[in-house]
Design a protein around this ligand. Structure first.
Ligand code: AMP
Length: 298
């Protein structure tokens, strides 16, 4: 595994690799867990070369968010990526990524202002900007993202379509802890008590699943049931419980045509997200039970 820290070297190395095979990119902010590694394994199976980036991207954090406190576990991450058999690790510093004086940003208005974009103004501008920069540096054939960040997937699909990036986005299933909590680098912030409380996100979504399985499709009923689960714990503050079209992130009144059911909640001082996709979405190669979504924009 080669570790690269400069943009120029990264561009050269990726250009060389592309001469002999296909390239898969997995952008991350590090503090790697099995969710990240599932993307690596998927890319390993589908691409000749696998490139992972680790960059805690300052532009996607608002003032007062956890940019400084965000876990940085570089040595441990390197060991995991080496074990996973990746080819290239890109780990630039923030001055390297955003050279002094750089002011250009990528906006995805509308979709970028929904769900987490509404709760965290400017968040998706930062995400779209850094992912666009990585796409330009790496020119990957495929880029792998977790369905855990479903709104991010929707925003990046819109960006790829609008800006004609020649890359296939692959959304991979949510990897969970044995008790159902979606894996997240931020889970390590949780106190033992909050760790138990955090299961409320999964429990809320399970409640919705049971209603869906019983044939309920009305969003207001599903949303009501979801909100009631959250109302039962004072230590948890629901940020949003949304039932939306997974491509546009706009609310849908009924889930019969397929929907993204997404929650974000503050558990103590930690903001967590989780979601499910309902069945019968009208895209190809969609495996809802496992939240696997794949679409080509190349
Ligand atoms: P992050 O380091 O949090 O920016 O995440 C990097 C990538 O890993 C993103 O595409 C995430 O959606 C994905 N990811 C994070 N957690 C999980 C998980 N539990 N299951 C699947 N993918 C995940």
């Amino acid at each position: 595994m080669q570790i690269i820290t400069t943009v120029r070297q990264m561009q050269q190395a990726c250009r060389d690799l592309r001469l002999t095979g296909t390239l898969g990119l997995i952008p991350t902010m590090g503090a790697l867990h099995d969710g990240h590694l599932s993307l690596v394994r998927r890319a390993r199976g589908e691409c000749d070369f696998v490139v992972v980036s680790i960059f805690v991207n300052p532009t996607q954090f608002a003032a007062g968010e956890d940019y400084e406190a965000y876990p940085r576990t570089f040595d441990d991450d390197c060991a995991k990526l080496k074990d996973a058999g990746i080819d290239l690790l890109f780990a630039p510093g923030s001055e390297e990524m955003y050279s002094p004086g750089s002011t250009s940003l990528v906006e995805v208005p509308g979709i970028g202002d929904r769900l987490d974009g509404a709760s965290r103004p400017g968040h998706f501008r930062g995400v779209a900007t850094v992912v666009a920069k990585l796409f330009n540096m790496v020119s990957p054939d495929r880029a792998y993202f977790g369905q855990k960040d479903a709104a991010q997937v929707a925003v990046l699909r819109a960006m790829v379509r609008d800006l004609n990036f020649l890359v296939q986005l692959v959304a991979c299933p949510i990897v969970r802890e044995p008790d159902g909590l979606a894996m997240s680098s931020r889970n390590r912030y949780l106190s033992p008590q909050d760790r138990r409380r955090a299961l409320i996100l999964h429990r809320g979504l399970q409640t919705v699943c049971e209603l869906l399985e019983a044939g309920e499709t009305r969003s207001d009923i599903l949303q009501g049931a979801l909100s009631r689960v959250f109302a039962a714990d004072e230590g948890v503050r629901l940020d949003y419980a949304a039932i939306v079209d997974p491509r546009t992130l706009l609310p849908v009144a009924d889930t019969a045509q397929g929907a993204l059911i997404a929650v974000a909640a503050w558990v103590g001082a930690t903001r967590l997200i989780d979601n499910i996709l309902t069945e019968n979405l009208p895209f190809e190669s969609l495996h809802l039970r496992h939240g696997l979504m794949e679409e080509t924009h190349a």
